[in-house]
Design a protein around this ligand. Sequence first.
Ligand SMILES: *C1O[C@H](CO)[C@@H](O)[C@H](O)[C@H]1NC(C)=O
Ligand SMILES: *[C@@H]1O[C@H](CO)[C@@H](O)[C@H](O)[C@H]1NC(C)=O
Ligand SMILES: *[C@@H]1O[C@H](CO)[C@@H](O)[C@H](O)[C@H]1NC(C)=O
Ligand SMILES: *[C@@H]1O[C@H](CO)[C@@H](O)[C@H](O)[C@H]1NC(C)=O
Ligand SMILES: *[C@@H]1O[C@H](CO)[C@@H](O)[C@H](O)[C@H]1NC(C)=O
Ligand SMILES: *[C@@H]1O[C@H](CO)[C@@H](O)[C@H](O)[C@H]1NC(C)=O
Length: 390
Amino acid sequence: MDMARTARAAFVAVALAQAATAAGVVEMPITFRNSYAMVSVEAATPGEEHFLRFDTGSASTWIVDKHCAQRGCRNYSGFPRVGYNLSASTTGDQISPPATVDYLGGKIIGPGVRDTFRLGDTTWNQTFLMVNESSWAQLPGDGFMGLAFDTISDGETHTVCETLLGEGVLAAPRFGLYLGTELNDTHGQPGAGVLTLGGSHEDTYVDGDVTWLPAIKGGGDPAEYQLWRAPLLKFSGSNWEGQFKASGVFDTGAGSISVPSLDVYLMYQSIGWDFAAILSHDHIPKCTEFNASWSVTFSFAGDDSDTADGPDKYRNVVLTGDQLARPGYANRDDACWPPFEPGNNDGFFLFGTPLLDRFYTVWDFGGTKPDEYKPRIGFGRLKKEHKPRF
Ligand SMILES: *C1O[C@H](CO)[C@@H](O)[C@H](O)[C@H]1NC(C)=O
Ligand SMILES: *[C@@H]1O[C@H](CO)[C@@H](O)[C@H](O)[C@H]1NC(C)=O
Ligand SMILES: *[C@@H]1O[C@H](CO)[C@@H](O)[C@H](O)[C@H]1NC(C)=O
Ligand SMILES: *[C@@H]1O[C@H](CO)[C@@H](O)[C@H](O)[C@H]1NC(C)=O
Ligand SMILES: *[C@@H]1O[C@H](CO)[C@@H](O)[C@H](O)[C@H]1NC(C)=O
Ligand SMILES: *[C@@H]1O[C@H](CO)[C@@H](O)[C@H](O)[C@H]1NC(C)=O
């Protein structure tokens, strides 16, 4: 160990800790607990470590309070929870009355607070909801860290990323995500996965080029960036190709690839499968049917999608059959989950972890201030050694 360097590093760390630091790039190792991907952060003074589920499909950051963690909220997760205690923290303040957040799958209530967050050498003031009611009974941790846009965060709170961006702490206005090789349980330690705030690591993880999907606004009046969303123009398999206009939302908090109900039959038809037979259990997909001889391509709009058939009309995200295999369907090791689920009737495709954990993804704001944002989402094929294992 080079002592001179260590001493210098310690000095720099102390200097940085005094201001809202300029660490530049913040690495958050990912721990899987019962298939939930979690990161940890230290909050309050004195600090306590909290495990948070990071979620690109929502924006609020929240932590259960002591009462909710100890008795007040149901916990069927098998993991204990650490609650946040505002009155025990010398740096915490309440900033707003209770807000309610409704998710697909759960609901929370809690007032907004501001307190110190620490990650390695980086210390900053973070706003979040201090939750006293949560229906996330299976959540194997203390809360969420929302990675969608500030425009939809609740209770006068701001997202972790946009807070750090606003403070000038991040080297680049983006985060990079590699979910790792083990996607169920990393046995109390972080696995290989890492969420990188302020940068991304294509050189380490990506084989070939990154495919960038320009993101679009959606919701709000006037329209604003709310979710990581891109226009989907067609999907195609070996058997069928459909042109249409839908929106694709990328959501690390979703455990499936969910297709608008009206399109799900066609989606299966595109790979030569009959969805009716899957529903009636006449076709229980075997894992051997998921092989590299077939693929499904999601074609998103490129930059000049409005100029008819320009060379950059489509940006393709391709999943081969083997990449879609997820064993365990019908309680059988040799059967794999049907790869697409019928979803909502609102015309959007929800791309959850079955797609996102197959790629290195980069979530780029494209600017440091909201009025400068030009967001895009990057997909890079994983190098062989970084592919998830099953
Ligand atoms: C949550 O689950 C853990 C692990 O089973 C347990 O220790 C804890 O008591 C539970 N909490 C509640 C409020 O049930
Ligand atoms: C995932 O981990 C849980 C908890 O350790 C275990 O009960 C379950 O069998 C695992 N599932 C798979 C598919 O490995
Ligand atoms: C919260 O902190 C206060 C002040 O330190 C303490 O009196 C109280 O017991 C703590 N509450 C819980 C539930 O731990
Ligand atoms: C957090 O906010 C408090 C109160 O405004 C301020 O005194 C403190 O310096 C801030 N800390 C950081 C790390 O920005
Ligand atoms: C949670 O806090 C709200 C607002 O302070 C309150 O109305 C509600 O009763 C609390 N819930 C529980 C379970 O304590
Ligand atoms: C590959 O998958 C296709 C479609 O599910 C299937 O018809 C074919 O038999 C599989 N090939 C092998 C070598 O298993």
